[in-house]
Design a protein around this ligand. Structure first.
Ligand code: FRU
Length: 495
């Protein structure tokens, strides 16, 4: 049965989402029907299609009482809207249906598992969240919350675990069992990821601590995901309150990828390598699925908590997801590239080879705001490496967003200072790339309001929202030495 609260959200989105004109939205990135979106939830395969839910407040462009919005796709590029899936309409989730995940069950139903939030007054008078894990079962459109909810509560926590910070279960099925990895705050007040298992989704057994933060990489770890990839076990987490570490991790909310092995006896991940997931400005809470052809695909919220309150004026929705990315492991590091389905939407190819230039240049037909462009650059002579190579996009003379490669210290900088946004938010990020004497490959995906950069076939990714007016669509190249480049550019055409 659809509750009054859920029906209200569905009616609201049906009525108001048509007011958002197609031109206001990106061409191939997911946005909310109306209102506010944060984390991806329930990114999974169901009946041969990819489903994606999201943290959702239909009624305004700021975070508030969390619902789950819902879309699905056959190819990660064209998305179909479905009615809102969950509303905070039960006692145990009356203050929010927080993040969670989804899985297809052998009986044909889809199970959603999410964090139910209920606020209670403490003995000291303070109001605090109680966060428990809850399930709902459905057919890909309508979901019924279980009478057994919450299915994991305070009694299921290990000693010292906090019921106030216990959220974001990520489910998977293995050997006829369901497993979840879920974030918690243990007694040392930092983050840990707990593992539970179940045969039916209703009765859960605590297995152990999959990984603990010990205040090393931030504090509370939000939105975990745990999966096998190319012979390794990968754990993704989104820590709060990170301290910066070199150019690898910036302060605040970040994303961390822990790569290693797994000990089934202790249920601990064996840590071998730790790295950032995305090196840009707007990327949080990634979640993955496995496609029927065996690819591990990741999507994330293309925003960050530090700057979400600075919003362009007059918007009717806020928040976007990244383009889904295919993951792999190379030399112990996470590699990410745009899903290959994007290539089916490429328009005419514009190709330039061996363009030698100094100073500043533009190329005929290389412009636009909805495109897929790869630039491979190298110095004109081996002993004359330039100091800077820059690509400026979303440019109109006054505005631009730039990507700068500096071989002498092996860094790339993404800079949207002049992207037309009248707020002093974080606009610049530098990150390390592989030393390669001035040779680098930069693939840029632009979709009206966003830039996703993939360096050297996915060795690094860096994502940023850009706020420049769509008329700023020029692209130009700059170097202080002499550079040679190949440029391959496609418009992305989705209609
Ligand atoms: C991460 C997060 C999650 C929580 C959700 C609430 O962005 O804080 O931990 O479930 O957002 O909307």
């Amino acid at each position: 049965m659809t509750s009054k609260l859920l029906q209200k959200a569905r009616d609201f989105e049906t009525r108001y989402s048509p007011f958002v004109t197609p031109g206001e939205r990106p061409a191939f990135h997911v946005t909310p029907a109306i209102g506010w979106m944060n984390d991806p939830n329930g990114f999974s395969v169901y009946k041969g299609e990819y489903h994606l839910f999201y943290q959702y407040n239909p009624y305004g462009t700021k975070w508030d009482l969390m619902h789950w919005g819902h879309v699905k796709t056959k190819d990660f590029i064209r998305w179909e809207r479905l009615p809102a899936a969950l509303a905070p309409d039960a006692g145990y989730d009356q203050h929010g249906c927080f993040s969670g995940s989804a899985v297809e069950m052998p009986d044909g139903r889809q199970m959603l598992i999410y964090t139910g939030v209920r606020q209670t007054r403490q003995k000291n008078g303070k109001i605090r969240d109680r966060q428990t894990q809850c399930v709902a079962f459905g057919d890909g459109v309508d979901y019924e919350k279980s009478d057994a909810n919450p299915v994991i509560g305070s009694g299921d926590l290990p000693e010292g675990g906090s019921i106030h910070d216990f959220r974001d279960p990520k489910i998977w099925r293995e050997n006829d069992r369901y497993y979840i990895a879920v974030g918690n705050r243990p007694a040392d007040r930092s983050g840990s990821i707990l593992l539970y298992e179940s045969t039916d989704g209703l009765h859960w057994k605590y297995d152990g601590v999959l990984a603990a933060c010990h205040n090393q990489y931030g504090r509370m770890w939000e939105c975990p995901d745990f999966f096998k990839l190319d012979g390794k076990h990968v754990l993704l987490v989104s820590p709060q309150e990170m301290n910066p570490i070199g150019l690898e991790f910036h302060a605040g909310n970040g994303t961390v990828c822990l790569i290693g092995g797994y000990d089934p006896k202790t249920h601990h991940q064996i840590r071998e390598n730790v790295q950032a997931v995305d090196y840009g400005l707007d990327f949080y809470a990634p979640q993955t699925l496995e496609t029927p052809d065996g690819r591990r695909v990741m999507i994330a919220w293309m925003q960050n908590w530090e700057t979400v309150n600075c919003q362009p004026e007059g918007i009717r929705y806020f928040g976007e997801m990244t383009l889904p990315r295919e993951l792999s492991i190379r030399d112990g590091r996470l590699i990410q590239n745009p899903v290959r389905e994007l290539e089916n939407y490429r328009g005419y190819q514009i190709l330039y080879r061996n363009v030698q230039f100094s100073g500043h240049t533009t190329l005929g037909n290389v412009k636009g705001r909805t495109l897929d462009m790869t630039v491979s650059v190298r110095p004109a002579a081996e002993n004359a490496v330039y100091r800077n190579f820059k690509i400026n996009v979303a440019s109109d003379g006054e505005h631009c967003v730039s990507i700068r490669y500096k071989p002498e210290n092996n860094t790339v900088r993404i800079d949207r200072t002049h992207s037309g946004f009248p707020h002093d938010i974080v606009n610049v990020r530098d990150f390390m790339v592989r030393p390669n004497r001035g040779e680098i490959k930069l693939r840029l995906i632009l979709d009206r309001h966003s830039l996703e950069l993939f360096v050297n076939d996915g060795e690094q990714a860096a994502t940023a929202m850009i706020y420049t007016d769509q008329s700023a669509d020029a692209i130009n190249f700059e170097t202080d030495g002499c550079a040679v480049m190949d440029v391959e550019k496609y418009d992305i055409v989705t209609d």
